[in-house]
Ligand binder design. Structure first.
Ligand SMILES: *Cc1c(COP(=O)(O)O)cnc(C)c1O
Length: 417
């Protein structure tokens, strides 16, 4: 086996050792072995400055927002809104009021399904999705279609996991009301040409929702440059805590949409006869929001910006190239998802070994990967596999960890030989 040389010119874009020192969890052992954490597409880890922000809020600043006049409530409100400003800057939204805090990508998409779908999608209308969507960007639309008598049209993909743009163009007609599309596929790593695809949709007067769960943590996202109408992502995949996510929406759409949930904070006035809704974004944030998690997400964005999203993307690209080269040389490996444009996600199968067994045995080596359908069963069906093993990288992963993965795979194969 000839080893693939390390891409030296790009290996040094980040001081990964220094970065790793920020992540307490990366120091721990699993089964008495150093943790090799390669399940970042499911959830990433939190660095100490972000953890500290959570603790400082709980120790010093906690109160409810937007309600009271007392000092703590004013601090909590200020910090919560400061986090919204940080998110707006992070994705280059025009205004902070275009940023809605949600529980995650899933809730963001459901919000659009309720708020946009209920208002603008009628019987006989069509929604375009792609063949590589996460269940979170399929099931809500199915529910809406069932309710409204609308239907889904699916953009097909080739064997590399790339969407067929000619076929996409053919799906538009006068009934098309929305395109809902992953920016980056969690199961295949494909980076979709979303700018071009949004352009095409807009030529037909159709708005576009991007599922950015796998893009926002790994590349600079500029919602104005993309010109997407909605963009949803999750905090826990980008060094933030669970329970917080973001839905960006163009103000002109958000103004026209119905609230997702009713309750406190989303109203201006309530009588038993009539309720007047609050302005955006509050109209979409019923009840006490996840204040601590939002503020901590703001700290995560500071942390990521401090490293630089372009440097992060470059390091992860180098890891992907190296890992792909190494994995291709392992006999019996089938890579699932070989798009030209890929994020650092490696889905694969091992001949004669179930992905769950591979995952379990790798775990015994301290190596955390995901095995399963990755909430993308249609993708598995497209490639004719029930499941894959998936290694997914973050900026704190190293070339040595790629080597550990490859060594682990060899060990797994020996067990089954
Ligand atoms: C993780 C993920 C989701 C769902 O995110 P939640 O945080 O579970 O709501 C949706 N789409 C993609 C592409 C994902 O990777």
């Amino acid at each position: 086996m000839t080893p693939v040389p390390m891409p030296k010119q790009t290996a040094a874009v980040l001081d990964v050792d220094k970065i790793r020192a920020d992540f307490p969890i990366l120091m721990r052992q699993v089964h008495d072995l150093p943790l090799v954490y390669l399940d970042n597409a499911a959830s990433s880890q939190m660095p100490q400055p972000v953890i500290d922000r959570w603790v400082r809020y709980q120790q010093n600043e906690h109160a409810n927002v937007h309600r009271a006049v007392h000092a703590l409530s004013e601090i909590a409100t200020r910090e919560y809104e400061a986090a919204r400003d940080k998110v707006a800057r992070f994705i280059n939204a025009r205004e902070p009021r275009e940023i809605i805090f949600t529980r995650g990508t899933t809730e963001g998409i459901n919000l659009v399904m309720h708020g946009f779908g209920r208002a603008f999608i009628q019987q006989g209308d069509e929604i375009i999705l792609s063949a590589l969507e996460h269940h979170s960007n399929i099931v809500p639309w199915q529910m809406l279609c069932e309710e409204k008598g609308a239907r889904l049209r699916i953009i097909p993909m080739n064997d590399a996991g790339e969407l067929l743009l000619d076929e996409y163009e053919k799906l538009f007609n006068t009934h098309t009301r929305l395109v809902a599309l992953a920016h980056v596929s969690n199961a295949l790593g494909t980076v979709n040409p979303v700018r071009e695809m949004i352009h095409a949709a807009h030529r037909h007067g159709v708005p576009v929702l991007l599922d950015g769960a796998q893009a926002a943590p790994h590349m600079a996202v500029d919602v104005q440059a993309l010109d997407c109408d909605f963009y949803a992502f999750s905090g826990h995949k980008m060094c933030g805590p669970t329970g917080i996510g973001v839905l960006y929406g163009k103000a002109e759409w958000l103004e026209k949409m119905q609230p997702y949930q009713g309750g406190g904070d989303m109203i201006l006035s309530v009588t038993f006869e009539k309720t007047t809704y609050n302005a955006i974004p509050y109209k979409f944030e019923a009840g006490t929001p996840p204040i601590a998690a939002a503020i901590t997400l703001g700290a995560a964005m500071d942390y990521l910006s401090g490293i630089g999203m372009d440097a992060i993307a470059q390091h992860e690209r180098a890891l992907l190239r190296y890992a792909t080269g190494q994995l291709r040389q392992v006999k019996g490996v089938r890579l699932i998802g070989t798009a030209q444009e890929k994020a650092a996600v490696l889905s694969f199968t091992l001949e004669g070994i179930h992905p769950h067994d591979a995952g379990t045995l790798l775990d015994m080596e301290g190596i955390a990967i995901r095995a399963g359908h990755h909430c993308a069963q249609p993708v598995m069906q497209r490639f004719g596999v029930p499941a894959t093993a998936r290694a997914s990288f973050a900026f704190y992963n190293t070339f040595a960890e790629v080597d550990a993965l490859i060594a682990g795979i060899h060990k797994v194969q020996k067990v089954f030989a």
